[in-house]
Ligand binder design. Structure first.
Ligand code: A3P
Length: 276
């Protein structure tokens, strides 16, 4: 686990009360969490314009399990005080999340973004390098890609092994409370992805509204907002937003090692990824 997830936090997860109208994004870091959160928010905002009796959402962008020194309370305590309906996220593997997230009941909705492991690793590496100086003021800590790439496939990064994480959530693929979305599919056809999310959230929107949400959710349009966000962590999110950036970082040897690792772990599971 990353330093900002403590034993106390993990213990608290079993008592965290999930509410019937919660929407949760459950993801491995850097797989498109914030993209999905933004789309959900935009969809619900548009729904409220049509149905004025709907209440405004409470949203928390930081994962529920985080206990960041600069924040007075861990995410899950803050969330417990927020009015419904809530939109939240977690990066925890399925075995650590509150029972109401791993075995959702009633109208709870869980969205799981997935992204190819090579681009995920590259995105994670750049994000951590941006965060390091903030979390370790005065110290000059710079991650090296060579070492990070090795650590990634050896499960020595925050939140552990990418494949185990994905496989844990994938077990829920036939449960109607869950929606799995691949980053690469969203990049290739965002309009279809937005329509799928609209249907999953059981919201009724017309075609032109859906197109407007899609346009507002493209990388360039979202980057403009994220770059001006209040929180430094959010300013670091929109980096390149492409499929295949791994080609700019991977050596042929790293590529072979990643292929061997994920192909072995994911063989026969039905999970496949696009790498370009
Ligand atoms: P890159 O670092 O490869 O650019 P998360 O939200 O889970 O931390 O994921 C962050 C990744 O999603 C970053 O990837 C970021 O650029 C990408 N991303 C954010 N908004 C996006 C959008 N609207 N379209 C495509 N990618 C987006």
């Amino acid at each position: 686990m990353p330093k900002v997830v403590t034993k106390e936090t993990l213990d608290a997860m079993s008592n965290f009360q999930v509410r019937d109208d919660d929407v949760i994004v459950a993801s491995y870091p850097k797989t498109g969490t914030n993209w999905l959160l933004e789309i959900i928010l935009k969809i619900r905002r548009a729904a409220r314009e049509r149905q004025t009796e709907l209440c405004e959402d409470s949203v928390m962008f930081g994962p529920m399990e985080l206990k960041i020194p600069s924040m007075p309370q861990p995410g899950y305590i803050k969330l417990a005080e927020m009015p419904s309906p809530r939109i939240m996220n977690t990066h925890l593997p399925i075995q650590f999340v509150p029972p109401g997230v791993s075995k959702p009941q009633n109208k709870v909705k869980v969205l799981v973004p997935m992204r190819n492991p090579k681009d995920t690793a590259v995105s994670f590496f750049h994000f951590l390098n941006k965060m390091m100086p903030l979390e370790n003021p005065g110290k000059e800590i710079v991650l090296q890609w060579e070492e990070f790439a090795q650590d990634f496939i050896n499960a020595k990064v925050g939140y552990g092994d990418f494949c185990d994480h994905v496989l844990g959530w994938w077990k829920m693929r036939d449960d109607p409370h869950f929606l799995f979305l691949k980053y690469e599919d969203m990049k290739k056809d965002l309009l279809s992805a937005v329509k799928t999310i609209v249907a999953f959230l059981e919201v009724d929107l017309d075609e032109s509204t859906i197109k407007g949400i899609t346009e507002a959710s493209t990388f360039n349009n979202m980057k403009a907002d994220l770059d001006n966000a209040e929180l430094v962590e959010r300013q670091a999110i929109a980096r390149k937003g492409i499929i295949g950036d791994w080609k700019n970082m991977f050596t042929p040897e790293q590529n072979e090692a990643f292929d061997a690792w994920y192909e072995k772990k994911l063989a026969g599971t039905g999970i496949t990824f696009d790498f370009e």
